[in-house]
Design a binder for this molecule. Structure first.
Ligand code: SAM
Ligand code: F3S
Length: 441
């Protein structure tokens, strides 16, 4: 029995891929995961290149495990994810002790790549995009708890001027309708109560349902019909394809969580155009307004980029104003990071770093106080909570997540584990809520 040490960086897609990497290596080679690289026979880094000096970080990480090959000459080191996809064979040139380089779309080939490496003695590199083949070659999905993740599409065709994802993960490809529904039904059969539909742009999903072309809004209606699935989430969606049909689904489908993560990036039309986002601040506001009309208790969260090339103080103020007006809940904000190979990397950028950092600090302070206000408003309300396990602080207590994705700790019977329960919120703390279960009647 060999051991696998796997480290995952970056987004939820990568986390999902990492679970699949562990799955293929367990079923093909019987590898069991371990907590320390020193114990491993195979080391995998599933890398991210969306921000910062990700490349450099990967080489630093590799440098730290290189020496382990002396103690265990059979040790294999593999690099996957978006840095692998971007750098390819350059990784092996710079770090010749790396055995396999694979991309987000070739992770199912990892056992074969490792085997070929052992047989030939030569490093193997496969960062191709063989469309949706990946899903057909993965072991059947297994529910690890009441909350399950299902990838419904891969890649991105939006080409925002700052982003590497279309280059590292390829163009948008949807998974067939029947496969998606069969996987969700199988997960529900194993006890999953909540499913999160995953993709870089889930609302770009297109499929064929009974011979008719179908969109994401329609897919949601079918997912809501799957027996046992009490709550549906999806991430990430894009404002450009946020149709009225999708907004209507939020009014009609009770199991759709009252939470949408919809990245806006900036509140300035000038910056949005330079980012090639394909919508204006007004269009974004309109989506938010119609969503709230469809579902009054809806929580909206977002991604922001601060310090995009050419962003002025006025542009930034427009972002602060939009964030306030839309009333965003807990959100992510990032300092713009120049990504070689993207169009924005060539844009003139003369804003001092200190100014950018100061803007980021202001935006984060505002977003945090907005999120705190949402938590405080929840005190006294009854929330639908998916009970995911025991409370971390009190092993006799239970912990779950509200529709708007907050952790709630509460006392209650073990019978609630793995179920959706009604919980009255009694207190809002900095990073969680406290509550008590409400009689289901
Ligand atoms: N599909 C999503 C959308 O609709 O925008 C975004 C996926 S991207 C992997 C996640 C987030 O990373 C983006 O929303 C953006 O805020 C951030 N991001 C992407 N490229 C970036 C860059 N070059 N610098 C800073 N942040 C970046
Ligand atoms: Fe990146 Fe824009 Fe796609 S942020 S993932 S190119 S929607």
């Amino acid at each position: 029995m060999g051991k696998l040490y796997l480290r995952s960086f970056g987004c939820q897609m990568n986390e999902y891929d990492s679970a699949k990497i562990a799955g293929v290596l367990a079923s093909a080679d019987g590898l069991k995961t371990c907590a320390r690289p020193e114990e491993a026979d195979v080391i995998v880094f599933n890398t991210c290149s969306v921000r910062e000096k990700a490349q450099e970080k990967v080489f630093a990480d590799l440098g730290r495990v290189k020496h382990l090959k002396r103690a265990n000459p059979r040790l294999m080191i593999a690099v996957g994810g978006c840095v692998a996809s971007q750098e390819g064979a350059a990784i092996v040139e710079r770090a010749p002790y790396v055995d396999v380089v694979f991309g987000p779309q070739t992770l199912h080939r990892l056992p074969a790549l490792l085997e070929r490496r052992r047989a030939t003695g030569r490093p193997q590199v496969d960062i191709s995009f063989p469309e949706i083949e990946k899903f057909d070659r993965l072991p059947a999905a297994r529910a690890a708890g009441p909350a399950a993740f299902v990838s419904i599409m891969e890649g991105c065709s939006k080409y925002c001027s700052f982003c590497v994802v279309p280059y590292t993960r390829g163009e948008e490809v949807s998974r067939p309708f029947d496969d998606v529904i069969a996987e969700i039904a199988a997960l529900a059969g194993q006890g999953a109560k909540e499913v999160t539909l995953l993709g870089q742009n889930v609302n770009a999903w297109r499929g064929d349902i009974d011979g008719e072309p179908a969109d994401f809004a329609e897919l949601l209606r079918y997912v809501a019909e799957v027996d046992g699935i009490g709550r549906i989430r999806y991430t990430t969606s894009h404002p450009r394809e946020f149709t009225q049909r999708l907004i209507d689904a939020h009014a009609d489908l009770e199991s759709l969580a009252p939470h949408v993560h919809l990245p806006v990036q900036s509140g300035s039309d000038r910056v949005l155009a330079a980012m090639k986002r394909g919508y204006s601040a007004l269009e974004y506001r309109s989506i938010a307004r119609r969503l709230r009309k469809a579902r009054a208790d809806l929580s909206l969260s977002s991604d922001f980029i601060v310090g995009f090339p050419g962003e002025t103080e006025a542009d930034f103020e427009a972002t602060l104003a939009l964030a306030r007006e839309v009333g965003f809940d807990a959100s992510f904000s990032f300092l713009y990071s120049r990504r070689p190979g993207t169009p924005a990397a060539e844009f003139a950028d003369d804003t001092p770093r200190a100014t950018k950092l100061e803007r980021l600090r202001r935006l984060q302070a505002q977003l945090e106080s907005q999120a705190r206000a949402v938590s405080e408003r929840m005190v006294g309300s009854v929330e639908r909570v998916l009970v995911e396990g025991r409370s971390r602080k009190d092993p006799r207590g239970l912990a779950g997540r509200t529709g708007n994705n907050r952790v709630v700790n509460f006392g209650g019977p073990a019978a609630l584990l793995g179920e959706l329960a009604n919980v009255r919120i009694s207190a809002a703390l900095a990073h969680s809520l406290r509550g008590e279960p409400v009689d289901e009647k």
